[in-house]
Design a protein around this ligand. Structure first.
Ligand SMILES: [Zn+2]
Length: 324
């Protein structure tokens, strides 16, 4: 028992220092351009988050009477069966959309994709829609403004732009598109299907998995407000755009985790000040101690906790320090 405890403490110490060393090494070496070392360090640290059993490959499943979901590696989208044809939310990319089309042709022979909806403008959610040949393509009105600044030839143009909350009734199915303001971009929608008691969100919530890379392009206060808005809806099934699906409680747990991350980051800054103002090594260790142990206690068993901890910590500290 004592041996076990000593070993656990030793491991903890190594892990803590180890993560700090990896981070410091990555920063230092990037300055000297040791690309292959950095790539290897980052990949071995982060790779298990994105790959593994139950993550790699594809899976097409029915969730409710009218709703199906398709998983392509760590991406997941939503398919809704209506009287006028199928509705797909997010094609993601050409490879995923092509694989989905094959599944749709098998499961619903002769059935067309009537409407493709983009959850937000991000290019990893909006490429490759042509493979689905939809009649209508719906997106937030600001999406084209962002696309034109990037290479986007494989993003199928919207046929209809929307703003604010919108109730899309397609082939007898009510799809409530909830506009989430500045949260994860300012083009983000969550989708509530009251008849199926189901919610689909893109890059907003996961099931027992920690956030990837601090959630890129996130305005933390707006993001939490968005989570709270979705958590207040009446539904049972929660389908996020990555990894597994779950229940409303999973979304609530995830909201709590994001809230805890911010609160602890704020506490860490209160304790030791903003980075670069005092002894950096001591500050880094204080940031780590203040956030790591309480977070590990609650979320240590979640997918990706070790792989993503430092990246989430840096994002939370930076966000609280700068105000974003
Ligand atoms: Zn996104």
């Amino acid at each position: 028992m004592i041996l076990q405890r000593t070993y656990a403490r030793f491991r903890e110490h190594i892990m803590k220092r180890g993560l700090l060393v990896v981070l410091a090494a990555a920063v230092l070496l990037s300055a000297f351009g040791c690309r292959s070392f950095i790539l290897k360090t980052v990949m071995t640290t982060v790779e298990p988050y994105f790959h593994g059993p139950g993550i790699d490959g594809t899976q097409f499943e029915q969730l409710t009477d009218k709703v199906y979901t398709f998983r392509w590696n760590w991406y997941r989208n939503l398919i809704i069966v209506t009287d006028v044809g199928l509705v797909v939310i997010d094609p993601m990319n050409a490879e995923m959309a092509t694989a989905l089309k094959k599944e749709l042709d098998q499961t619903f022979p002769g059935e067309k994709v009537h409407t493709l909806i983009y959850s937000h403008y991000h290019l990893d959610h909006t490429r490759g829609g042509a493979a689905l040949s939809p009649i209508e393509v719906i997106a937030h009105e600001k999406c084209p403004t962002y696309w034109k600044e990037f290479e986007h030839h494989d993003v199928l143009d919207p046929t209809r732009l929307i703003a604010g909350d919108a109730t899309l009734t397609i082939g007898g199915v009510e799809i409530r598109a909830l506009y989430l303001g500045l949260s994860h971009t300012d083009t983000l929608y969550a989708f509530h299907l009251p008849s199926e008691r189901l919610v689909f969100t893109a890059d907003l919530g996961l099931v027992k998995s920690v956030a990837p890379v601090g959630v890129p392009d996130r305005y933390a206060p707006g993001y939490l407000a968005a989570l709270n808005r979705v958590a207040a809806l009446d539904f049972d099934t929660f389908v996020p755009s990555h990894f597994g699906y779950g229940t409303k409680q999973d979304l609530i747990d995830w909201r709590d985790m994001m809230e805890d991350g911010r609160r602890l980051a704020r506490e860490a800054i209160r304790k030791t000040g903003l980075f670069g103002t005092h002894d950096n090594h001591h500050q880094m260790a204080t940031y780590f101690d203040t956030v790591y142990f309480p977070m590990r206690e609650k979320y240590g068993s979640w997918h990706g906790f070790n792989e993503m901890f430092i990246l989430n910590l840096v994002r939370d500290i930076e966000g609280e320090a700068l105000g974003h």
